[in-house]
Design a binder for this molecule. Sequence first.
Ligand SMILES: *[C@@H]1O[C@H](CO)[C@@H](O)[C@H](O)[C@H]1NC(C)=O
Ligand SMILES: *[C@@H]1O[C@H](CO)[C@@H](O)[C@H](O)[C@H]1NC(C)=O
Ligand SMILES: *[C@@H]1O[C@H](CO)[C@@H](O)[C@H](O)[C@H]1NC(C)=O
Length: 457
Amino acid sequence: MAGRALLLVALVLTAQLCGCTAYVGDGVGFSVEFIHRDSPKSPFHDPSLTSYDRVLAAVRRSKARSRSYAGGGSPGGAVSEVVSAPFEYLMYVNVGTPLTRMLALVDTGSDVVWFKCSNGTAGPPPGAPLSAVFDPSSSSSYGLVGCRSDPCRAIYGTSCGADSLCRYRSTYSDGSTATGILSTETFTFDDAPGGCVRCRDRPQLLVPRVIFGCATNVTGRAFRLTGNVGLGAGSGSLVNQIGAATSLGRRFSYCLAPFFVDASSILSFGARAAVTEPGAVTTPLIPSAVDAFYTVLLASVKIGNSTIAPPKRSPVIVDSGTVLTYLDKGLLDQVEAEVTRSIKLPRKQSPEKLVDLCYDVAGETEAWANLLPEVTLGFSGGAAITLPARNAFVEARKGTVCLAMSAVTDDGPAVATIGSIAQQDFHVGFDLDKRAITFAAADCASSYSSRPASVSL
Ligand SMILES: *[C@@H]1O[C@H](CO)[C@@H](O)[C@H](O)[C@H]1NC(C)=O
Ligand SMILES: *[C@@H]1O[C@H](CO)[C@@H](O)[C@H](O)[C@H]1NC(C)=O
Ligand SMILES: *[C@@H]1O[C@H](CO)[C@@H](O)[C@H](O)[C@H]1NC(C)=O
């Protein structure tokens, strides 16, 4: 008995010391680097852009993304597929055996998982990682999904081919498409530094038989992508699949470093997704019109010390791929009136008329964040998070600071959303088992490199 336990421990240690692949079944979880598209580690990084250019580009993307939610309705009301071409964060996934390292956009607003696959006639084109392709014929763990299987029935956008294979199709709001065959494959994740203190290599954690679209025909702007990892609340998403295949549970968390800091953000699964920082607050998830969305109830907004209660409790989604925060028009009007009342700075026109309220801080000697009020978001159940001014406002041009909020409208952004500017420097946990979201203020710029080791030898 004791000998056997010792042997097991030895095996585990060996696995960790040599960085060998370990099955994600230990209940601890894992963390990966969450790469902002503008960060130097991203293939979309453009060193010629100033930080203001990046902010403006991000705000423009935010508007395009939100628009894409508008057309997603289906007769039954529930929509499992909403995919938007604009995106903010990326992650690496190692697909197959042996591993092909693929960089995918991560979307907390969709349930879709697909990777670009070669179709047997063309090998990976040059110019990786952006044009990287996974070759299923060279992987020993690749599998197909039959037409009559549950996943083929459950996953949106599938159909039955003449060969009884499950065809897969993803359509983006801009008309881009990704089509291929629904497949299964082993996904291996590189655990983040700090997870393996004395290891020469990072440990890798393996999830078998992940269902994904093996896309052999990708058209339009989506072609720039190698893949799409949906982390939405619906059934096909990676978080639901990890929950079904392992003991990690259906949960993840992220900690978004501020855009203007060239630091990595972190994305965690399993026990590592627990948000335990002091002051953490939890609010329940409520049913969404779109399966993929994480929806909570906004009960109040406070500007400084003045409370504004929405006319009714307003559903709002929490999303990392939307940059601004979008509020229902009536509520936004009240927020803007209160912000206008409380801020004595000179007004300024918004760059490109992207947002409503901007102020001139060019002549101020104090840092702008000290001149503007905090904004407190109150949720159902009494939970509240206080956004420092740098989470509620954004410096869109040098000397011009704007309220980072906009209105939900019929022809534009269609769903009230807490966006990524508001979430920077918060550890945000999404737990589908407990049906809740937890927020805690955190120093996210150091979360990726300094995360405490979970393995102590
Ligand atoms: C296979 O892929 C190549 C290049 O990606 C494309 O030109 C060709 O039409 C594809 N063939 C099929 C059968 O999809
Ligand atoms: C690829 O997809 C596009 C859009 O659905 C379609 O028009 C085209 O015929 C497809 N190409 C191939 C080779 O299947
Ligand atoms: C808000 O209230 C606190 C405590 O009552 C007070 O110390 C602070 O000065 C108030 N702030 C503003 C802007 O009125």
